[in-house]
Design a protein around this ligand. Structure first.
Ligand SMILES: *Cc1c(COP(=O)(O)O)cnc(C)c1O
Ligand SMILES: [Zn+2]
Length: 409
């Protein structure tokens, strides 16, 4: 039943058993799941995938569990929207939005990674789960552990948006607001995970958790008709998502499901927290950690765990990187809403704004296919746009007042 072989160090290649391990004891490199691709190839055809239910488990052989999935049966398979209107404004012929702002159940791509993490945590015998979160992960762990009947401890920076906090509290987890930024929250969670042996989804079972992001990429390729786009713009926080989308395309190619991918990957961050983008633009080998200062709080990781892998993804694919200011993020959120009817959160503002910049700079050409990753929902970050919108007309309840205010004769 299992196609997962074990864990392997991404740096020195040492092999480990498929347990709750995440760091190589020889070189401190991070660990990654390995699979038996020969066996997967016999099983996972285009027809097999297409015949399965429309959720993220349709790629089950490429996901890190031993038995049957137990969580996330309604997660994934979000729309790939052909964005004609936005394409016209930006001047590109073939533009798509991969829209995880409507992922079930908590409206961000984090529902993918958490579906996988909880299924695996249960297989490994954990009864208590936790996470260090910039917001969306908190929402998803709280919701999905409620569904699974698991006790949860969720750690967030104390200054998160109200929508992200309430969107966690509502599921009744143990919610801990830490007076510090994400990097401090994460350090605390590493200590707690070591002491209490709970499954911190993005700490001690991170190798399994991170594989869930591949499903975002699998879906893009399947929804494009078993093709990959020429250009893909991904937001970066820890740098895992962009790395895993790239991996998903390579795996599909290895299995003969698609042609050799030629996709160029572009890393997008907010100027107020752009350690990955800065490193790529400066052609530096060293990532300088930053103190985040941006409205894009879901991306506000000053010392990204997968920063070097994100850089490698961009460089191997001949892509590039760009950042946008808070003002540009707000403008981009409004532009996407006005043209495509999609209300994204600040992270989506980052990718749309970055795409606009890269097209204006001539980095992304106008006659090739482009996918923009929209990974979260705008109803959770309302304070970002609240004071940048036209006020509603306020009138007395009669038709004359209506006609006067809207200047209708
Ligand atoms: C977590 C998150 C990301 C970035 O994910 P990484 O894998 O950490 O780079 C992007 N968008 C949203 C909305 C997120 O919540
Ligand atoms: Zn190692």
């Amino acid at each position: 039943m299992s196609y997962m072989k074990g864990l392997r160090c991404r740096e020195c290649g040492r092999e480990y058993p498929k347990e709750a391990l995440y760091v190589c004891e020889y070189c401190f490199g991070s660990l990654e799941v390995t699979y038996d691709y020969d066996r997967i190839k016999e099983k996972l055809t285009r027809e097999a995938i297409a015949s399965r239910p429309k959720n993220l488990w349709r790629y089950r052989e490429l996901l890190p569990i031993d038995g049957n999935p137990t969580d996330g049966f309604n997660s994934g398979y979000t729309p790939l929207v052909r964005a004609h209107n936005l394409g016209k404004v930006l001047g590109v012929k073939e533009l798509y939005i991969k829209d995880d702002s409507v992922c079930h159940p908590t409206l961000s791509f984090k529902d993918r990674v958490v579906s996988i993490a909880l299924s695996r945590a249960k297989e490994l015998g954990f009864k208590i789960v936790g996470c260090a979160s910039t917001g969306n992960l908190a929402n998803s762990v709280a919701s999905q552990s409620a569904i699974a009947g698991l006790k949860s401890y969720i750690f967030i920076p104390a200054d998160l948006e109200a929508g992200k906090v309430i969107g966690t509290q509502i599921f009744h987890p143990n919610l801990i607001a830490v007076e510090g930024n994400y990097d401090e929250v994460n350090r605390l969670c590493s200590e707690i995970a070591a002491k209490y042996k709970w499954a911190f989804v993005n700490v001690n079972i991170r190798p399994y958790y991170a594989e869930g992001s591949k499903t975002y990429g699998f879906e893009i390729a399947e929804q494009l008709g078993w093709k990959t786009p020429d250009h893909l713009i991904s937001p970066c926080a820890g740098g895992s998502l962009i790395t895993k989308i790239y991996k998903s395309f390579k795996e599909f190619h290895k299995l003969g499901l698609i042609d050799k991918p030629k996709t160029k990957f572009y890393a997008a961050q907010a100027t107020g927290c752009a350690p990955i983008v800065n490193m790529i633009k400066e052609k530096s080998e060293i990532m300088k950690p930053v103190k985040p200062k941006t409205i894009a709080k879901s991306l506000a990781i000053g010392n990204p765990a997968d920063g070097y892998y994100a850089k490698a993804t961009v460089e191997e694919t001949c892509g590039s990187a760009e950042s946008v200011t808070d003002e540009e993020i707000v403008e981009a959120i409004k532009l996407l809403a006005r043209t495509e009817g999609i209300f994204t959160e600040t992270a989506g503002g980052v990718t749309v704004g970055t795409t606009k910049k890269l097209i204006e700079q001539g980095v992304i050409p106008k006659n090739e296919s482009v996918v923009i990753c929209v990974t979260g929902n705008g109803l959770k970050t309302q304070e970002a746009v609240q004071h940048h919108l036209e006020k509603p007309h306020k009138i007395k309840p009669n038709i004359k007042a209506f006609e006067e205010c809207c200047e209708i004769k």
